[in-house]
Design a binder for this molecule. Structure first.
Ligand code: C2E
Ligand code: MG
Ligand code: MG
Ligand code: MG
Length: 281
């Protein structure tokens, strides 16, 4: 009857919850171990300056090399790292590794590092960034920290204070995934960003008749008026690239130019990019 079915459904649900909780718990333990073992790797995706046609920056994107599961994407483990606080250790490793790697690149190429809202809240971010710069010798102006709007909505004053501390160090601040989540144009006035990264959601149907190109144009205009640059994320077609150039977007990032690649491959890409630039000029 209905009653026993209900009970069965409930039990099934409970068992499902249990399995999920166990899987998550085991992933958490493996993640802890992976941090101790150093099983992570950074890939780098170039950002191309649309006018100059040269790579201006490379974004560090973390990968987990799992012994059985292969490469695990950050979308699958960053949330667990955030819930467990492990993101602080991982973020520290990412920051130092990315700064060290960038020392092998041409000097005009910046390196972008994603900073989780949890790291941002930890109060030691500016200290960690200063330490990473000192340890690697990277010029502060070559480091771009990518933060999301999530860090801004909670505590305006505290967030503003941290952003100013970072600014004092001479690093650049980029607002990542702009247009998703709790976007507010007022953030752009209130906080000192150097760059706005326009989310792929707006680039995807840029060529269509929808509102995307109007939105991108508006963001580019606001950015220009406040001395900020803009980067289009997830550029996959020539058509998108051409439109972005017309709209006045500063940089593009996406599979059209390059997927994220290993540190050895990014060095190769950057040295051939420099040769091209030299032979053109
Ligand atoms: P994100 O910072 O917005 O990074 C861009 C993501 O878009 C990357 O995914 C990149 O591979 C992907 N992407 C780039 N171009 C294209 C394209 O043309 N088409 C499509 N479909 N996708 C493109 P990935 O590497 O899987 O990273 C996902 C997210 O994980 C990142 O989004 C970032 O929020 C987070 N993440 C990655 N590395 C780190 C890290 O070291 N620390 C923290 N806190 N988060 C990280
Ligand atoms: Mg990013
Ligand atoms: Mg992004
Ligand atoms: Mg994005």
């Amino acid at each position: 009857g209905a009653k026993s079915d209900g009970r069965r459904t409930y039990r099934f649900f409970e068992a499902g919850m249990d399995a999920r909780a166990k899987a998550r718990r085991s992933l958490e333990l493996e993640l802890r171990q992976a941090i101790a073992d150093g099983s992570f790797e950074l890939h780098y995706q170039p950002l191309l300056h649309l006018e100059e046609g040269q790579v201006s920056c490379c974004e560090a994107l973390v990968r987990w090399r799992h012994p059985e599961r292969g490469t695990i994407s950050p979308a699958d483990f960053i949330p667990i790292a955030e819930d467990t606080g492990l993101i602080n250790d991982l973020g520290h490793w990412v920051l130092n590794t990315a700064c060290r790697e960038a020392m092998n690149w041409p000097e005009h190429v910046h390196v972008a590092v994603n900073v989780s809202p949890i790291q941002f809240k930890s109060q030691t971010l500016a200290l960690n960034v200063a330490a990473a710069l000192a340890a690697t010798g990277l010029a502060p102006s070559r480091l771009e920290l990518e933060i999301t709007e999530a860090v801004l909505i909670r505590d305006d004053e505290a967030a503003l204070d941290i952003l100013h501390q970072l600014r004092e160090l001479g690093v650049r601040i980029a607002l990542d995934d702009f247009g998703t989540g709790y976007s507010s144009l007022s953030y752009l006035q209130r906080f000192p960003f150097d760059k706005i990264k326009i989310d792929r959601a707006f680039i995807k149907d840029l060529a269509g008749t929808g509102a995307s190109s109007t939105i991108v144009q508006a963001v580019v205009n606001i950015a220009a008026a406040s001395d900020m640059t803009t980067t289009a994320e997830g550029v996959e077609t020539e058509q998108q690239r051409n439109l972005l150039r017309i709209l006045g977007c500063t940089e593009m990032q996406g599979y059209l130019f390059s997927r994220p690649v290993s540190s050895a491959e990014i060095r190769k890409l950057l040295s051939s990019d420099r040769e091209k630039a030299v032979s053109v000029s």
